[in-house]
Design a protein around this ligand. Sequence first.
Ligand SMILES: Cc1cc2nc3c(=O)[nH]c(=O)nc-3n(C[C@H](O)[C@H](O)[C@H](O)COP(=O)(O)OP(=O)(O)OC[C@H]3O[C@@H](n4cnc5c(N)ncnc54)[C@H](O)[C@@H]3O)c2cc1C
Length: 386
Amino acid sequence: MVQNEIDSVKHSADVVVIGGGVIGLTIARSLAQRGAADICLIERASIGREASFAAAGMLAPQAEANSQDDFFRLASRSRDLYAEFAASLHEETGIDVELDTTGTLYLALTYHDLVDIEKRYEWQAAAGLAVEKLTQSQAQQLEPAINSSVLGALRFPLDVQVENRRLLSALTNSVAQLGVSVMTGTNVESLNIEKDRIKGVQTSRGFISCPVVVVAAGTWTSYLKFAPPLQKPPLVIEPVRGQMISFDARPQVTHHVIYSPRGYIVPRRDGRLLAGSTSEHAGFAKQVTAGGISTILQNAQEIAPSISALPIVDTWAGLRPRAPDNLPVLGPCDEISGLFYATGHYRNGILLAPVTGELIAEAIVAGVTSPLLGPFSPSRFDLVRA
Ligand SMILES: Cc1cc2nc3c(=O)[nH]c(=O)nc-3n(C[C@H](O)[C@H](O)[C@H](O)COP(=O)(O)OP(=O)(O)OC[C@H]3O[C@@H](n4cnc5c(N)ncnc54)[C@H](O)[C@@H]3O)c2cc1C
């Protein structure tokens, strides 16, 4: 139980944040740091046990980017906030979130892969981004365990990784210290609206009156009802299942985060090596499947064949929250005053947490919506009121 978890039902708050994943926690923290008072974070089950717990913690906007678009700018900004984010959390809570700055490698293992990484190298180098092109022997020298049939690689020195479960612990401690009220085991059932304004939320433990609500409910966003009801749901966020494997890799097999176009491996400081992942439309089923594990094993061994000898210590699956256009949904809802969305982070919620926290809190406290949020506005979807 976190320090500020409350058992009694709150009847009012200045801001209610729905969802205790990395996004809800980071927003609650940023709001408190900006002086917002009486923030209540409501979590249906336990804090930080859904997608944010399942993630691999890669902070890699460059590794898979094919252009310098709005999403790339947002993601790069967030990655660049991480050093300060991690340091301040360490200072506040004593928890080291293990921000590892070794960097990320992206391997070409087929001629098709090689053509793809050449293109990526060209646009990123031309844009002045930090990217290095490695020959086969340079890549092998850097990471001797990689597949000897590697044809070339890119190294992204600024694409890094964080231990996302430690991050969740640090954020949980931080919001408690900052005085955020945290209600776990409490389901938000509906958002109550009067004359196009938020009036409060109906929860499984009673009604909480509040003028501002932030929806950070991840893949369950579409289940939130409106009272009175909308003609159709404002947002369709669907779950995309990702499975993961953790190996005991002491001593570590590799030092960088290493991608291929088919999979990735992530070395952790404690000797675990994570391998992922799958992208499956399996509804809300969080099972690990034989087929999923077999695919991940195959792709991980393609990156570093010696993985085949490692003991598997854990497997799990999580649900990535995906909007219809694969982009996050961020900012105020134009149709309902006091309603803000921070959802649909899909494959990049850990990466996008600092920028989401900063910009959503700024929009609420200062009433200023950053131009960075413009392309991700909820108003790009059709919201029809009752
Ligand atoms: C296998 C896998 C690997 C990934 N790897 C990476 C990676 O390397 N880097 C990266 O940046 N991202 C990665 N992601 C994506 C990232 O995990 C997600 O984008 C991110 O965790 C989303 O955070 P969230 O807080 O929105 O959602 P969640 O962590 O799912 O939190 C949402 C919370 O809201 C709560 N909730 C929902 N409805 C209600 C309600 N009505 N009332 C109260 N509470 C409610 C839920 O119980 C949940 O705790 C990965 C995801 C998966 C599954």
